[in-house]
Design a protein. Sequence first.
Lengths: 362, 254
Amino acid sequence: MNRPYSNTKATLALAKASFRSIMRSPSAVVFTLAFPLIFILVFGFLGGGRVRVDVAIAPGSDLQNPVIAALEKISVVHLIRDKSTEEIKTALEKGSYDAVIDVRRNTGQPAFLASVQYTSASVDKGNILKSVLNNLIYSVNAQDRAPAVAELKESTVQGRVYRTIDFILPGQLGFSLLSTGVFGTAFVFFSLRQNLVIKRFFATPVKRSSIVFGEGIARIGFALLGAVFIILVGHFCFHFTLVHGAVTVINMLLLSLMGLIVFMGFGFVVSGIAKSESTIPPISNIITLPQFLLSGTFFSIEAFPSWLQPISRALPLTYLNDAMRKVAFEGAGLWDVKQQILIIAVWGIGVYAVAVKVFKWE
Amino acid sequence: MGTRAIISVKDLVKKYDDFTAVKGLSFEVFENEIFGLLGPNGAGKTTTLEIIETLREKTSGEVWVDGLSVDTDAGKIKQLIGVQLQAAGYYPNLNLVELIELFSGLYGSDVKPMEMLEKVNLQDKAKAKYKALSGGQKQRFSIATTLINSPKIIFLDEPTTGLDPQARRNLWDLITEIRDQGTTVVLTTHYMDEAEQLCDRVAFVEKGEIMVLDTPDNLIDQLVNSGFERKKEVKKANLEDVFISLTGKEWREG
């Protein structure tokens, strides 16, 4: 008992214990790793976000003509043959086919007549087909003829391929951090308090700050390992874009750390205001669910109606997601996303101000 | 058992909002004795213990532990006491060895977890979770955690409540052993047979006040000298003795 008491040793002992406990807790592993990975898998396999227009060929339509031949060469258009009129009609009504085309040989001029029927169940794709067809008919008709007024020369710049995963992964990563931070922290501190584990700790010389830091270190360590795992799976299995390789990963982890610290603050608040174990999930969901839906986890917030966007733009996860995407896909440095970081920091100050007020030790 | 006071409590008062739990308690615990605080539930035993353990603020009075005041030296007191709380839980998802490692870190000492578990005969349960232990094993484990910092004093709050007769006797042996190795033991109980067998001195607490404080022997003699007689002549054995002789006193994992 002659050695001076070491707060660091106590903090690390707690961090180690907490980390072991988290690794063995099914809910932590499910929320941090399984959920995000499932979403990533689903969206990863949904294809690279490519558009496909399903066009049925009407029974009795002529098949040996330049229009059908040209359509076959267009990758966006998927032609469906050998379906009965009845089948095509119901598929159109349901929107599972986007249009039906019927080409007939004409006795006079022009040589072929193509009639297309769109469906109101799939207006977007109908419009795509419309412009594809306009283009196609124009070039088919213009063959062997010099343009009279103007000729369009088209070319495409070779850019980075922006895949669905590049949008989905940062959102899932952000959500993983949010749920680990809020649910994990809230449950741990509530149950440690409720089961008198913290009281027993207080009977040892450990400082309160050591308890908070020890828990924090463990949770942050676990969440960052999860983040690395998610990023690596995304990168190697689904070609998630990391513009500057390892540097990008480190920047993403630094952003994760900032986000996580703020989200853990929410967790402290929840553990303080929850009256019983069963009130933790609803209170936590009030915090996480709106962010899950409104912070651009699945869709860009620009897709939301304009009255909803201000709410989206008030949420911390929005800025974390935004910063993550800029860093990962556009190769931005942390300084380039300083505005987002600033807003996250403001949230952090606000949340911890509340946490200090409502957090309970006993 | 010495007569040097290792704990001294003077005029201790603890008031909650509209209720006075402890009303001016004074007593001393001597070095290397087993001291029992006895009394019914709600008498103020646990509150008194927790004030001495520096876990609770007192309203007034003085409490000294090994010459240190709970007002100014709470940190130092925590380093030389071991505390077992009534119904305390342990960190979830960890096995006994890992829990001992955790407490070892919290106390800043370097104990070998297996040695600690051997002291309370739980070496076979090293990889078990606390929740999976039986009542007696849980209490023995709790006592192991109080010994990690080689404390001068350990506090046991109702260590045998809810245990079967074998497990209780087993725990008495363990507590006596700890005392024999030089540690002072302060415990609470509402079992009088336990206090009579185990404690060197006992204090009866009722409604926040100490009624009497003496050795169990003296208290019984005083009562007998005052002319008290049991209504029924006592047999040489009681039903508990029957139970023990039927089921055996040997170690039982139950």
